[in-house]
Design a protein around this ligand. Structure first.
Ligand SMILES: Cc1cc2nc3c(=O)[nH]c(=O)nc-3n(C[C@H](O)[C@H](O)[C@H](O)COP(=O)(O)O)c2cc1C
Length: 191
């Protein structure tokens, strides 16, 4: 299956290869060394005023926390994400310790997620981010206070066999990867 990006201009291999598969190898596990590198990649992303207003909650498959995270996922995501080796919930700190808005928290946490995804690709791992989950349930599962909000769940693991996915999802795995044209996302960039 061709999953690489078809680009108009060259990209570094990890950026071209990164994509969001749903077929995770259910027998695979992640070592602390591997998870550590992924978290390190997130830690070294840029951050407004270097405030790093986010926390990453990690659960390996087979732990009670992993099961609680899966319970909070939308059912369409549960079907495949349950096979990931680990789930990572990206939580943004929306309020400073002084009670002001943490204005760039959501922007920052997206950068951390992108860093983590590219590091994972470099390591031969796969990541699939999800916004499809019950925020309140996840908030409760992670025992968060009011200042913190979960924004995305990242399924992390090893590529599995797409033939083992439910039929509908197998079809989606085969969909060609498409993007808006450069001229649409960066109007007038050549001038
Ligand atoms: C914030 C965010 C939320 C997403 N939520 C979901 C989701 O709930 N379920 C899902 O299957 N994919 C989800 N995705 C994956 C996107 O559908 C995917 O990144 C997009 O289709 C582009 O495909 P690619 O990552 O393979 O390039 C999400 C991605 C992001 C960045």
């Amino acid at each position: 299956m061709d999953t690489s990006a078809h680009t108009d201009y060259p990209l570094m291999p990890e950026l071209a290869r990164r994509h969001s598969p749903r077929a995770f190898d259910h027998d695979a596990t992640l070592t602390d060394e591997q998870l550590g590198s992924l978290l390190e990649a997130a830690r070294w992303s840029a951050s407004s005023s270097n405030s790093q207003p986010w926390r990453l909650f990690v659960a390996k498959r087979g732990t009670p926390l992993f099961d609680s995270m899966v319970d909070a996922l939308a059912s369409g995501n549960q079907a495949w994400a349950v096979h990931a080796s680990a789930l990572i919930v990206n939580v943004a700190k929306m309020v400073t310790d002084e009670g002001k808005d943490e204005k760039w928290a959501v922007y920052d946490i997206g950068q951390a997620a992108a860093h983590l995804s590219i590091q994972a690709t470099h390591m031969g791992l796969i990541v699939h981010q999800m916004g499809g989950f019950d925020k309140e349930a996840m908030h409760g599962a992670l025992n968060l206070d009011d200042a913190h909000q979960p924004w995305a769940v990242l399924a992390v693991g090893h590529q599995g066999d797409p033939a083992l996915l439910p039929e509908k999802l197998q079809e989606r795995e085969k969909n060609p990867r498409v993007r808006k044209p450069l001229d649409e996302i960066a109007p007038g960039w050549r001038q």
